[in-house]
Design a protein around this ligand. Structure first.
Ligand SMILES: Cc1cc2nc3c(=O)[nH]c(=O)nc-3n(C[C@H](O)[C@H](O)[C@H](O)COP(=O)(O)O)c2cc1C
Length: 531
Protein backbone atom coordinates (compact mmCIF):
# COMPACT_ATOMS: atom_id res chain seq x y z
CA UNK A 1 0.00 0.00 0.00
CA UNK A 2 1.05 3.54 -0.60
CA UNK A 3 1.80 5.53 2.50
CA UNK A 4 0.08 8.66 3.69
CA UNK A 5 2.85 10.93 2.46
CA UNK A 6 2.24 9.75 -1.09
CA UNK A 7 -1.34 10.86 -0.77
CA UNK A 8 -0.57 14.49 -0.20
CA UNK A 9 0.48 14.73 -3.84
CA UNK A 10 -2.53 12.80 -5.05
CA UNK A 11 -4.62 15.87 -5.78
CA UNK A 12 -1.97 17.33 -8.06
CA UNK A 13 -1.29 13.97 -9.70
CA UNK A 14 -4.96 13.53 -10.36
CA UNK A 15 -5.13 16.90 -12.07
CA UNK A 16 -2.84 15.48 -14.73
CA UNK A 17 -5.27 12.66 -15.53
CA UNK A 18 -6.64 12.34 -19.00
CA UNK A 19 -10.12 13.62 -18.13
CA UNK A 20 -9.12 16.73 -16.16
CA UNK A 21 -10.76 19.81 -17.60
CA UNK A 22 -10.25 23.37 -16.38
CA UNK A 23 -13.47 24.43 -14.73
CA UNK A 24 -15.54 27.49 -15.36
CA UNK A 25 -14.19 30.20 -13.09
CA UNK A 26 -12.25 27.74 -11.02
CA UNK A 27 -8.57 27.03 -11.32
CA UNK A 28 -8.76 23.26 -11.71
CA UNK A 29 -11.30 20.68 -10.71
CA UNK A 30 -10.35 17.06 -10.26
CA UNK A 31 -12.45 14.79 -12.41
CA UNK A 32 -10.21 11.82 -13.02
CA UNK A 33 -7.93 9.47 -11.23
CA UNK A 34 -4.36 8.49 -11.94
CA UNK A 35 -4.77 4.75 -12.19
CA UNK A 36 -1.10 4.20 -11.34
CA UNK A 37 -1.92 5.40 -7.83
CA UNK A 38 -4.43 2.60 -7.41
CA UNK A 39 -2.61 -0.60 -8.19
CA UNK A 40 -3.04 -2.10 -4.72
CA UNK A 41 -4.95 -5.26 -3.96
CA UNK A 42 -7.59 -5.48 -1.27
CA UNK A 43 -7.42 -8.10 1.50
CA UNK A 44 -8.63 -11.56 0.65
CA UNK A 45 -10.46 -12.08 3.91
CA UNK A 46 -11.70 -10.31 7.01
CA UNK A 47 -8.62 -11.18 9.07
CA UNK A 48 -6.21 -9.60 6.61
CA UNK A 49 -8.44 -6.51 6.59
CA UNK A 50 -8.41 -6.36 10.39
CA UNK A 51 -4.59 -6.59 10.38
CA UNK A 52 -4.36 -3.73 7.91
CA UNK A 53 -6.75 -1.42 9.72
CA UNK A 54 -5.31 -2.25 13.13
CA UNK A 55 -1.87 -1.21 11.91
CA UNK A 56 -3.43 2.05 10.71
CA UNK A 57 -5.00 2.66 14.15
CA UNK A 58 -8.51 2.06 12.78
CA UNK A 59 -9.54 -0.91 14.94
CA UNK A 60 -10.55 -0.83 18.59
CA UNK A 61 -10.75 -4.10 20.49
CA UNK A 62 -13.27 -4.02 23.32
CA UNK A 63 -12.33 -6.58 25.93
CA UNK A 64 -14.87 -5.72 28.62
CA UNK A 65 -17.87 -8.03 28.71
CA UNK A 66 -20.92 -6.68 26.84
CA UNK A 67 -24.47 -7.90 26.39
CA UNK A 68 -25.53 -8.74 22.81
CA UNK A 69 -29.04 -7.54 23.63
CA UNK A 70 -29.12 -3.79 22.97
CA UNK A 71 -25.84 -3.06 24.81
CA UNK A 72 -23.36 -3.75 21.99
CA UNK A 73 -25.41 -1.67 19.55
CA UNK A 74 -25.77 1.15 22.09
CA UNK A 75 -21.99 1.27 22.52
CA UNK A 76 -21.54 1.40 18.74
CA UNK A 77 -24.20 4.11 18.35
CA UNK A 78 -22.45 6.33 20.88
CA UNK A 79 -18.81 5.58 20.10
CA UNK A 80 -19.23 5.81 16.32
CA UNK A 81 -20.83 9.28 16.42
CA UNK A 82 -17.41 10.83 16.35
CA UNK A 83 -16.42 11.33 12.73
CA UNK A 84 -13.64 8.88 11.80
CA UNK A 85 -14.30 6.52 14.75
CA UNK A 86 -12.63 3.07 14.46
CA UNK A 87 -14.17 -0.31 13.75
CA UNK A 88 -15.09 -2.12 16.98
CA UNK A 89 -14.24 -5.74 17.69
CA UNK A 90 -16.18 -6.93 20.74
CA UNK A 91 -14.06 -9.79 22.03
CA UNK A 92 -16.10 -10.77 25.09
CA UNK A 93 -19.78 -11.04 24.33
CA UNK A 94 -21.77 -12.24 27.34
CA UNK A 95 -22.47 -15.96 27.04
CA UNK A 96 -20.31 -16.46 23.92
CA UNK A 97 -16.74 -17.03 22.86
CA UNK A 98 -17.26 -15.64 19.35
CA UNK A 99 -16.27 -12.00 18.75
CA UNK A 100 -18.45 -9.52 16.83
CA UNK A 101 -17.11 -6.85 14.48
CA UNK A 102 -19.19 -3.66 14.07
CA UNK A 103 -18.64 -0.41 12.22
CA UNK A 104 -16.64 -2.01 9.42
CA UNK A 105 -16.69 1.38 7.61
CA UNK A 106 -18.49 3.76 9.93
CA UNK A 107 -17.41 7.22 8.81
CA UNK A 108 -13.86 6.27 7.80
CA UNK A 109 -12.79 6.68 4.19
CA UNK A 110 -9.57 4.94 5.21
CA UNK A 111 -11.39 1.68 5.87
CA UNK A 112 -13.15 1.82 2.51
CA UNK A 113 -9.70 2.35 1.02
CA UNK A 114 -8.27 -0.59 2.97
CA UNK A 115 -11.00 -2.89 1.61
CA UNK A 116 -10.01 -1.91 -1.93
CA UNK A 117 -6.26 -1.82 -1.36
CA UNK A 118 -5.99 1.85 -2.38
CA UNK A 119 -4.02 4.43 -0.35
CA UNK A 120 -5.43 5.71 2.91
CA UNK A 121 -5.75 9.46 3.41
CA UNK A 122 -8.07 10.22 0.48
CA UNK A 123 -10.77 12.88 0.65
CA UNK A 124 -14.37 11.82 0.02
CA UNK A 125 -14.15 13.33 -3.44
CA UNK A 126 -10.98 11.39 -4.26
CA UNK A 127 -12.55 8.22 -2.90
CA UNK A 128 -15.48 8.60 -5.31
CA UNK A 129 -12.93 8.77 -8.13
CA UNK A 130 -11.09 5.69 -6.87
CA UNK A 131 -14.35 3.72 -6.72
CA UNK A 132 -15.31 4.91 -10.22
CA UNK A 133 -12.03 3.61 -11.45
CA UNK A 134 -12.41 0.23 -9.75
CA UNK A 135 -16.05 -0.22 -10.78
CA UNK A 136 -14.95 0.28 -14.36
CA UNK A 137 -13.31 -3.12 -14.44
CA UNK A 138 -14.65 -6.57 -13.74
CA UNK A 139 -12.71 -9.68 -12.74
CA UNK A 140 -14.58 -12.98 -12.96
CA UNK A 141 -14.45 -15.24 -9.88
CA UNK A 142 -12.57 -18.52 -9.86
CA UNK A 143 -13.21 -21.76 -8.02
CA UNK A 144 -10.75 -22.07 -5.15
CA UNK A 145 -8.18 -24.87 -5.37
CA UNK A 146 -7.57 -24.80 -1.62
CA UNK A 147 -7.46 -28.32 -0.15
CA UNK A 148 -8.53 -27.18 3.34
CA UNK A 149 -10.45 -23.92 3.10
CA UNK A 150 -10.63 -22.51 6.65
CA UNK A 151 -14.32 -21.58 6.33
CA UNK A 152 -15.41 -25.20 6.08
CA UNK A 153 -13.24 -26.33 8.99
CA UNK A 154 -16.52 -26.73 10.90
CA UNK A 155 -19.91 -27.67 9.47
CA UNK A 156 -23.10 -27.86 11.52
CA UNK A 157 -25.92 -29.95 10.11
CA UNK A 158 -29.13 -31.64 11.33
CA UNK A 159 -29.76 -31.28 15.04
CA UNK A 160 -26.43 -29.51 15.50
CA UNK A 161 -27.69 -26.49 13.61
CA UNK A 162 -28.32 -23.71 16.09
CA UNK A 163 -28.15 -20.04 15.11
CA UNK A 164 -28.09 -19.17 18.79
CA UNK A 165 -24.53 -20.52 18.96
CA UNK A 166 -23.59 -17.16 17.41
CA UNK A 167 -23.82 -13.89 19.39
CA UNK A 168 -26.47 -12.35 17.12
CA UNK A 169 -27.37 -8.95 18.57
CA UNK A 170 -30.65 -7.21 19.16
CA UNK A 171 -29.98 -3.67 17.93
CA UNK A 172 -32.87 -1.43 19.01
CA UNK A 173 -35.45 -1.72 21.82
CA UNK A 174 -38.44 -2.25 19.51
CA UNK A 175 -36.72 -4.62 17.06
CA UNK A 176 -38.75 -7.76 16.43
CA UNK A 177 -35.92 -10.01 17.55
CA UNK A 178 -32.24 -10.80 17.25
CA UNK A 179 -30.67 -10.23 13.85
CA UNK A 180 -27.90 -12.36 12.44
CA UNK A 181 -27.56 -10.85 8.95
CA UNK A 182 -26.95 -7.13 9.03
CA UNK A 183 -23.34 -6.91 7.88
CA UNK A 184 -23.82 -9.86 5.55
CA UNK A 185 -23.94 -10.97 1.92
CA UNK A 186 -26.82 -13.08 0.63
CA UNK A 187 -26.30 -15.16 -2.50
CA UNK A 188 -29.11 -16.33 -4.80
CA UNK A 189 -29.23 -17.56 -8.40
CA UNK A 190 -31.15 -15.88 -11.20
CA UNK A 191 -33.52 -18.64 -12.41
CA UNK A 192 -33.31 -17.65 -16.09
CA UNK A 193 -29.85 -16.18 -16.62
CA UNK A 194 -28.16 -18.44 -14.07
CA UNK A 195 -25.80 -15.83 -12.60
CA UNK A 196 -25.30 -15.38 -8.84
CA UNK A 197 -26.54 -12.25 -7.13
CA UNK A 198 -24.90 -10.90 -3.99
CA UNK A 199 -26.89 -8.50 -1.81
CA UNK A 200 -26.97 -7.40 1.82
CA UNK A 201 -30.27 -8.37 3.45
CA UNK A 202 -31.16 -8.56 7.11
CA UNK A 203 -32.34 -11.76 8.81
CA UNK A 204 -34.40 -12.05 11.97
CA UNK A 205 -33.89 -15.23 13.95
CA UNK A 206 -36.99 -17.32 14.68
CA UNK A 207 -35.61 -20.53 16.06
CA UNK A 208 -32.44 -22.58 15.92
CA UNK A 209 -32.80 -23.37 12.20
CA UNK A 210 -35.11 -20.68 10.79
CA UNK A 211 -34.59 -17.02 9.95
CA UNK A 212 -36.88 -14.55 8.15
CA UNK A 213 -35.24 -12.57 5.33
CA UNK A 214 -36.26 -9.00 4.49
CA UNK A 215 -35.82 -8.03 0.83
CA UNK A 216 -37.23 -4.71 -0.31
CA UNK A 217 -39.51 -4.80 -3.40
CA UNK A 218 -37.53 -4.70 -6.63
CA UNK A 219 -34.27 -5.91 -5.07
CA UNK A 220 -32.54 -8.65 -7.02
CA UNK A 221 -32.75 -11.45 -4.44
CA UNK A 222 -36.47 -10.80 -4.04
CA UNK A 223 -36.98 -10.87 -7.81
CA UNK A 224 -35.07 -14.15 -7.96
CA UNK A 225 -37.10 -15.71 -5.19
CA UNK A 226 -40.40 -14.54 -6.69
CA UNK A 227 -39.46 -16.15 -10.01
CA UNK A 228 -38.33 -19.45 -8.43
CA UNK A 229 -41.56 -19.57 -6.48
CA UNK A 230 -43.67 -18.71 -9.54
CA UNK A 231 -42.23 -21.92 -11.06
CA UNK A 232 -43.28 -23.78 -7.91
CA UNK A 233 -39.62 -24.34 -6.99
CA UNK A 234 -37.73 -23.53 -3.77
CA UNK A 235 -35.10 -20.82 -3.81
CA UNK A 236 -31.63 -21.72 -2.57
CA UNK A 237 -29.99 -19.11 -0.36
CA UNK A 238 -26.49 -18.70 1.02
CA UNK A 239 -25.89 -16.05 3.66
CA UNK A 240 -22.43 -14.98 4.76
CA UNK A 241 -22.70 -13.85 8.34
CA UNK A 242 -19.00 -13.22 8.83
CA UNK A 243 -18.18 -11.44 5.61
CA UNK A 244 -14.96 -10.25 3.95
CA UNK A 245 -14.75 -6.49 3.35
CA UNK A 246 -14.74 -6.39 -0.47
CA UNK A 247 -17.82 -8.61 -0.65
CA UNK A 248 -19.65 -6.49 1.93
CA UNK A 249 -18.59 -3.27 0.19
CA UNK A 250 -20.46 -4.15 -3.00
CA UNK A 251 -23.19 -6.47 -1.81
CA UNK A 252 -25.06 -3.45 -0.43
CA UNK A 253 -24.90 -1.61 -3.74
CA UNK A 254 -27.38 -1.85 -6.61
CA UNK A 255 -25.32 -3.18 -9.53
CA UNK A 256 -26.77 -4.22 -12.90
CA UNK A 257 -29.56 -6.75 -12.43
CA UNK A 258 -28.31 -8.78 -15.36
CA UNK A 259 -24.80 -9.31 -13.99
CA UNK A 260 -23.17 -10.94 -10.99
CA UNK A 261 -21.75 -8.71 -8.25
CA UNK A 262 -18.94 -11.26 -7.92
CA UNK A 263 -17.29 -9.86 -11.06
CA UNK A 264 -17.41 -6.35 -9.60
CA UNK A 265 -16.17 -7.53 -6.19
CA UNK A 266 -13.11 -8.96 -7.96
CA UNK A 267 -12.72 -5.63 -9.78
CA UNK A 268 -13.03 -3.48 -6.66
CA UNK A 269 -10.33 -5.39 -4.78
CA UNK A 270 -8.14 -6.04 -7.79
CA UNK A 271 -8.20 -9.83 -7.58
CA UNK A 272 -10.62 -12.59 -8.59
CA UNK A 273 -12.91 -13.75 -5.81
CA UNK A 274 -12.12 -17.35 -4.90
CA UNK A 275 -15.30 -19.38 -4.58
CA UNK A 276 -16.19 -22.63 -2.89
CA UNK A 277 -19.06 -24.86 -3.98
CA UNK A 278 -21.93 -25.12 -1.55
CA UNK A 279 -22.39 -28.59 -0.03
CA UNK A 280 -26.15 -28.39 0.42
CA UNK A 281 -27.09 -26.01 -2.40
CA UNK A 282 -25.91 -25.54 -5.97
CA UNK A 283 -24.65 -22.05 -5.10
CA UNK A 284 -21.09 -20.85 -4.49
CA UNK A 285 -19.65 -18.52 -1.85
CA UNK A 286 -16.37 -16.65 -1.26
CA UNK A 287 -13.70 -18.85 0.32
CA UNK A 288 -12.57 -15.89 2.46
CA UNK A 289 -15.77 -15.96 4.54
CA UNK A 290 -15.90 -16.50 8.31
CA UNK A 291 -19.42 -17.92 8.76
CA UNK A 292 -21.67 -19.22 5.97
CA UNK A 293 -25.24 -20.47 6.09
CA UNK A 294 -26.77 -22.63 3.37
CA UNK A 295 -30.55 -22.74 3.31
CA UNK A 296 -33.75 -23.06 1.35
CA UNK A 297 -36.77 -20.75 1.01
CA UNK A 298 -39.77 -22.91 0.14
CA UNK A 299 -42.54 -21.44 -2.04
CA UNK A 300 -44.84 -19.10 -0.12
CA UNK A 301 -43.33 -20.10 3.22
CA UNK A 302 -43.35 -16.76 5.03
CA UNK A 303 -42.97 -15.71 8.63
CA UNK A 304 -43.11 -12.50 10.67
CA UNK A 305 -40.13 -10.18 10.26
CA UNK A 306 -39.39 -6.83 11.90
CA UNK A 307 -39.75 -4.21 13.05
CA UNK A 308 -36.09 -3.22 12.74
CA UNK A 309 -34.39 0.14 13.37
CA UNK A 310 -33.37 0.95 9.81
CA UNK A 311 -31.03 3.16 7.76
CA UNK A 312 -33.70 5.87 7.83
CA UNK A 313 -33.39 6.05 11.61
CA UNK A 314 -36.96 4.77 12.04
CA UNK A 315 -38.73 1.48 12.54
CA UNK A 316 -40.32 2.39 9.28
CA UNK A 317 -41.80 -0.89 8.14
CA UNK A 318 -44.65 -2.44 10.06
CA UNK A 319 -44.14 -6.08 10.98
CA UNK A 320 -44.83 -8.10 7.85
CA UNK A 321 -44.47 -11.65 6.65
CA UNK A 322 -41.17 -12.30 4.87
CA UNK A 323 -39.69 -15.40 3.28
CA UNK A 324 -38.48 -17.91 5.82
CA UNK A 325 -35.16 -19.65 5.28
CA UNK A 326 -34.77 -23.20 6.54
CA UNK A 327 -31.13 -23.61 7.45
CA UNK A 328 -29.52 -26.74 5.99
CA UNK A 329 -25.96 -26.14 7.20
CA UNK A 330 -23.70 -23.59 8.85
CA UNK A 331 -19.99 -23.60 8.03
CA UNK A 332 -17.48 -21.60 10.02
CA UNK A 333 -13.79 -21.07 10.51
CA UNK A 334 -12.11 -21.98 13.76
CA UNK A 335 -12.62 -19.02 16.11
CA UNK A 336 -14.99 -17.32 13.67
CA UNK A 337 -15.86 -13.62 13.68
CA UNK A 338 -19.48 -12.52 13.30
CA UNK A 339 -20.04 -9.20 11.50
CA UNK A 340 -22.82 -6.71 12.32
CA UNK A 341 -23.82 -3.29 10.99
CA UNK A 342 -25.80 -0.65 12.87
CA UNK A 343 -28.42 1.40 11.02
CA UNK A 344 -29.27 4.70 12.69
CA UNK A 345 -30.40 8.29 12.32
CA UNK A 346 -27.03 10.03 12.83
CA UNK A 347 -24.77 9.31 9.90
CA UNK A 348 -21.35 8.58 11.37
CA UNK A 349 -23.07 5.87 13.45
CA UNK A 350 -24.93 4.50 10.44
CA UNK A 351 -22.72 1.83 8.94
CA UNK A 352 -24.15 2.06 5.44
CA UNK A 353 -23.98 5.87 5.15
CA UNK A 354 -20.46 6.47 3.90
CA UNK A 355 -20.47 3.31 1.82
CA UNK A 356 -23.62 4.49 0.02
CA UNK A 357 -22.42 8.10 -0.18
CA UNK A 358 -19.29 7.14 -2.04
CA UNK A 359 -20.29 4.08 -4.06
CA UNK A 360 -23.71 5.30 -5.20
CA UNK A 361 -22.05 8.54 -6.27
CA UNK A 362 -19.47 6.62 -8.29
CA UNK A 363 -22.23 4.52 -9.86
CA UNK A 364 -24.25 7.57 -10.90
CA UNK A 365 -21.15 9.30 -12.30
CA UNK A 366 -20.29 6.19 -14.33
CA UNK A 367 -23.90 6.00 -15.58
CA UNK A 368 -23.75 9.66 -16.71
CA UNK A 369 -20.44 8.96 -18.39
CA UNK A 370 -21.73 5.91 -20.22
CA UNK A 371 -24.53 8.03 -21.67
CA UNK A 372 -21.96 10.54 -22.89
CA UNK A 373 -23.06 13.45 -20.69
CA UNK A 374 -20.12 15.89 -20.67
CA UNK A 375 -18.86 18.31 -18.04
CA UNK A 376 -19.50 16.28 -14.86
CA UNK A 377 -17.05 17.44 -12.19
CA UNK A 378 -18.23 15.58 -9.12
CA UNK A 379 -21.02 13.47 -7.64
CA UNK A 380 -21.83 12.75 -4.00
CA UNK A 381 -24.71 11.17 -2.12
CA UNK A 382 -24.48 12.96 1.20
CA UNK A 383 -24.23 10.40 4.04
CA UNK A 384 -26.39 12.43 6.44
CA UNK A 385 -29.40 12.12 4.14
CA UNK A 386 -30.89 8.82 5.34
CA UNK A 387 -27.64 6.89 5.26
CA UNK A 388 -26.49 8.13 1.86
CA UNK A 389 -29.81 7.26 0.20
CA UNK A 390 -31.80 10.48 0.40
CA UNK A 391 -29.82 13.02 -1.62
CA UNK A 392 -27.61 13.06 -4.73
CA UNK A 393 -25.55 16.11 -5.64
CA UNK A 394 -23.97 16.50 -9.08
CA UNK A 395 -21.53 19.25 -9.93
CA UNK A 396 -21.17 20.17 -13.60
CA UNK A 397 -19.68 22.67 -15.97
CA UNK A 398 -22.79 23.93 -17.79
CA UNK A 399 -22.04 23.66 -21.48
CA UNK A 400 -25.40 24.02 -23.25
CA UNK A 401 -29.01 25.03 -22.63
CA UNK A 402 -30.81 22.45 -20.53
CA UNK A 403 -27.58 20.65 -19.56
CA UNK A 404 -28.20 20.91 -15.80
CA UNK A 405 -31.82 19.80 -16.22
CA UNK A 406 -30.71 16.81 -18.29
CA UNK A 407 -28.15 15.81 -15.66
CA UNK A 408 -30.77 16.07 -12.92
CA UNK A 409 -33.26 13.89 -14.77
CA UNK A 410 -30.69 11.20 -15.54
CA UNK A 411 -29.09 11.21 -12.08
CA UNK A 412 -32.58 10.81 -10.62
CA UNK A 413 -33.53 7.78 -12.69
CA UNK A 414 -30.34 6.03 -13.82
CA UNK A 415 -29.80 2.55 -12.33
CA UNK A 416 -27.27 3.82 -9.78
CA UNK A 417 -29.54 6.58 -8.49
CA UNK A 418 -33.18 5.61 -8.95
CA UNK A 419 -33.86 3.88 -5.63
CA UNK A 420 -35.21 6.07 -2.80
CA UNK A 421 -33.19 9.28 -3.56
CA UNK A 422 -35.61 12.15 -2.89
CA UNK A 423 -33.46 15.21 -3.50
CA UNK A 424 -31.28 15.51 -6.59
CA UNK A 425 -29.32 18.73 -6.72
CA UNK A 426 -27.25 20.15 -9.58
CA UNK A 427 -24.51 22.64 -8.70
CA UNK A 428 -21.92 24.41 -10.81
CA UNK A 429 -18.36 23.18 -11.10
CA UNK A 430 -17.00 25.67 -8.55
CA UNK A 431 -18.97 23.80 -5.87
CA UNK A 432 -17.53 20.70 -4.20
CA UNK A 433 -20.49 18.30 -3.95
CA UNK A 434 -18.92 16.59 -0.92
CA UNK A 435 -18.94 19.88 1.02
CA UNK A 436 -22.51 20.38 2.25
CA UNK A 437 -21.73 23.97 3.26
CA UNK A 438 -20.89 24.85 -0.33
CA UNK A 439 -23.96 22.99 -1.60
CA UNK A 440 -26.30 24.85 0.77
CA UNK A 441 -24.70 28.15 -0.25
CA UNK A 442 -25.32 27.36 -3.91
CA UNK A 443 -28.93 26.37 -3.22
CA UNK A 444 -29.51 29.56 -1.28
CA UNK A 445 -27.91 31.88 -3.82
CA UNK A 446 -28.34 30.27 -7.25
CA UNK A 447 -31.73 28.61 -7.16
CA UNK A 448 -35.06 30.34 -7.49
CA UNK A 449 -37.56 27.84 -6.09
CA UNK A 450 -40.41 28.89 -8.38
CA UNK A 451 -38.33 27.92 -11.43
CA UNK A 452 -35.63 25.65 -10.07
CA UNK A 453 -37.60 22.68 -8.74
CA UNK A 454 -39.27 19.89 -10.73
CA UNK A 455 -41.07 16.95 -9.16
CA UNK A 456 -41.08 13.35 -10.43
CA UNK A 457 -43.96 11.27 -9.09
CA UNK A 458 -44.48 7.55 -8.49
CA UNK A 459 -40.77 6.75 -8.43
CA UNK A 460 -39.05 3.64 -7.02
CA UNK A 461 -38.80 3.70 -3.27
CA UNK A 462 -38.99 1.35 -0.35
CA UNK A 463 -41.41 0.03 2.23
CA UNK A 464 -39.04 1.60 4.76
CA UNK A 465 -39.82 5.23 3.85
CA UNK A 466 -41.59 6.68 6.89
CA UNK A 467 -42.86 9.68 4.88
CA UNK A 468 -45.20 7.61 2.71
CA UNK A 469 -48.45 7.13 4.60
CA UNK A 470 -50.57 5.15 4.98
CA UNK A 471 -47.89 2.45 4.60
CA UNK A 472 -49.88 0.85 1.76
CA UNK A 473 -48.75 3.80 -0.41
CA UNK A 474 -45.22 2.41 -0.30
CA UNK A 475 -42.95 1.58 -2.05
CA UNK A 476 -43.69 4.50 -4.39
CA UNK A 477 -42.33 7.95 -3.69
CA UNK A 478 -41.41 11.20 -5.45
CA UNK A 479 -38.23 13.08 -6.29
CA UNK A 480 -37.37 16.77 -6.32
CA UNK A 481 -34.89 17.88 -8.97
CA UNK A 482 -33.30 21.08 -7.72
CA UNK A 483 -31.30 23.18 -10.12
CA UNK A 484 -28.91 25.14 -7.91
CA UNK A 485 -26.71 26.18 -10.83
CA UNK A 486 -26.36 29.77 -12.02
CA UNK A 487 -29.13 30.38 -14.51
CA UNK A 488 -27.76 29.25 -17.86
CA UNK A 489 -29.74 31.86 -19.82
CA UNK A 490 -28.07 34.62 -17.83
CA UNK A 491 -24.64 33.20 -17.14
CA UNK A 492 -22.87 36.23 -18.58
CA UNK A 493 -24.65 38.66 -16.29
CA UNK A 494 -24.96 36.42 -13.20
CA UNK A 495 -23.51 38.25 -10.17
CA UNK A 496 -19.83 37.57 -9.80
CA UNK A 497 -18.83 35.36 -6.88
CA UNK A 498 -16.41 37.03 -4.46
CA UNK A 499 -13.33 34.84 -4.38
CA UNK A 500 -9.68 35.06 -3.49
CA UNK A 501 -6.94 35.98 -5.87
CA UNK A 502 -4.73 32.88 -6.33
CA UNK A 503 -1.47 34.68 -5.58
CA UNK A 504 -2.90 36.07 -2.33
CA UNK A 505 -4.06 32.58 -1.34
CA UNK A 506 -0.62 31.13 -2.06
CA UNK A 507 1.05 33.89 -0.04
CA UNK A 508 -1.21 33.26 2.94
CA UNK A 509 -0.52 29.53 2.70
CA UNK A 510 3.22 30.20 2.86
CA UNK A 511 2.73 32.42 5.92
CA UNK A 512 0.23 30.13 7.70
CA UNK A 513 2.58 29.02 10.48
CA UNK A 514 4.17 32.47 10.81
CA UNK A 515 0.67 33.84 11.33
CA UNK A 516 0.32 31.56 14.33
CA UNK A 517 -2.12 29.01 12.91
CA UNK A 518 -1.64 25.32 13.63
CA UNK A 519 -2.00 22.57 11.03
CA UNK A 520 -2.61 23.00 7.34
CA UNK A 521 -4.50 25.95 5.85
CA UNK A 522 -7.89 25.09 4.35
CA UNK A 523 -7.71 23.96 0.72
CA UNK A 524 -9.77 25.90 -1.78
CA UNK A 525 -9.89 25.37 -5.50
CA UNK A 526 -11.70 28.31 -6.99
CA UNK A 527 -10.07 31.72 -7.48
CA UNK A 528 -10.70 35.07 -9.12
CA UNK A 529 -9.27 34.94 -12.62
CA UNK A 530 -10.36 38.35 -13.96
CA UNK A 531 -7.62 40.34 -12.27
C1 LIG B 1 -25.70 -2.72 6.00
C2 LIG B 1 -26.76 -2.85 4.95
C3 LIG B 1 -27.95 -3.49 5.27
C4 LIG B 1 -28.96 -3.63 4.31
N1 LIG B 1 -30.11 -4.29 4.64
C5 LIG B 1 -31.05 -4.50 3.68
C6 LIG B 1 -32.22 -5.28 3.96
O1 LIG B 1 -32.40 -5.80 5.04
N2 LIG B 1 -33.12 -5.44 2.95
C7 LIG B 1 -32.97 -4.87 1.73
O2 LIG B 1 -33.82 -5.03 0.85
N3 LIG B 1 -31.87 -4.14 1.44
C8 LIG B 1 -30.91 -3.95 2.38
N4 LIG B 1 -29.78 -3.24 2.09
C9 LIG B 1 -29.65 -2.64 0.77
C10 LIG B 1 -29.34 -3.69 -0.26
O3 LIG B 1 -28.29 -4.51 0.17
C11 LIG B 1 -28.95 -3.01 -1.56
O4 LIG B 1 -30.06 -2.31 -2.05
C12 LIG B 1 -28.43 -3.93 -2.60
O5 LIG B 1 -28.33 -3.23 -3.80
C13 LIG B 1 -29.26 -5.13 -2.85
O6 LIG B 1 -28.58 -5.86 -3.81
P1 LIG B 1 -29.28 -6.61 -4.98
O7 LIG B 1 -30.42 -5.79 -5.49
O8 LIG B 1 -28.19 -6.82 -5.94
O9 LIG B 1 -29.74 -7.88 -4.39
C14 LIG B 1 -28.76 -3.11 3.02
C15 LIG B 1 -27.56 -2.50 2.70
C16 LIG B 1 -26.56 -2.38 3.66
C17 LIG B 1 -25.26 -1.75 3.27
Amino acid sequence: MLGLSTCTSLWSLMNEGEMSVPAMGAETVVTSIDTQQFQGIGPSDLREFLDRIERAGELKRITAEVDPIEEMSAIVYLAARENGAPAFLFERVKGYDIPVLWNMWGSSVNRLAAAMGVPMGLTHREMVLAVRNRLGRKIAPVISDSKNPPVVANTLTGDDIDVFRFPAPKHWPLDGGRYIGTCDAVITRDPERGHLNVGTYRMMIHDRNHVALYMSPGKDARLHMERWWAQGKPCEVIAIWGVDPATFLLSGIALPKTESELDYIGGIKGKAVELLNGKFTSLQFPAGSEIVMEGIAYPNDVRKEGPFGEFTGYYARPTDPSPQIEIKAIHHRNNPILTAALMSDYWPSNDSALQFAVIRAARVWNDLDRLGIPGIKGVYAHPAAAGGFGMMIVSLEQRYPGHAQQVLAIAAQCPGGAYFTKWIIAVDDDIDPTDINEVLWAMATRSNPVDSIEILKNTWSTGLDPAQNPPEKRPYSSKALINACMEHRHLKVFSKRARLRKETYDRVLRRWTELGFAGEAPKIFTFEKDV
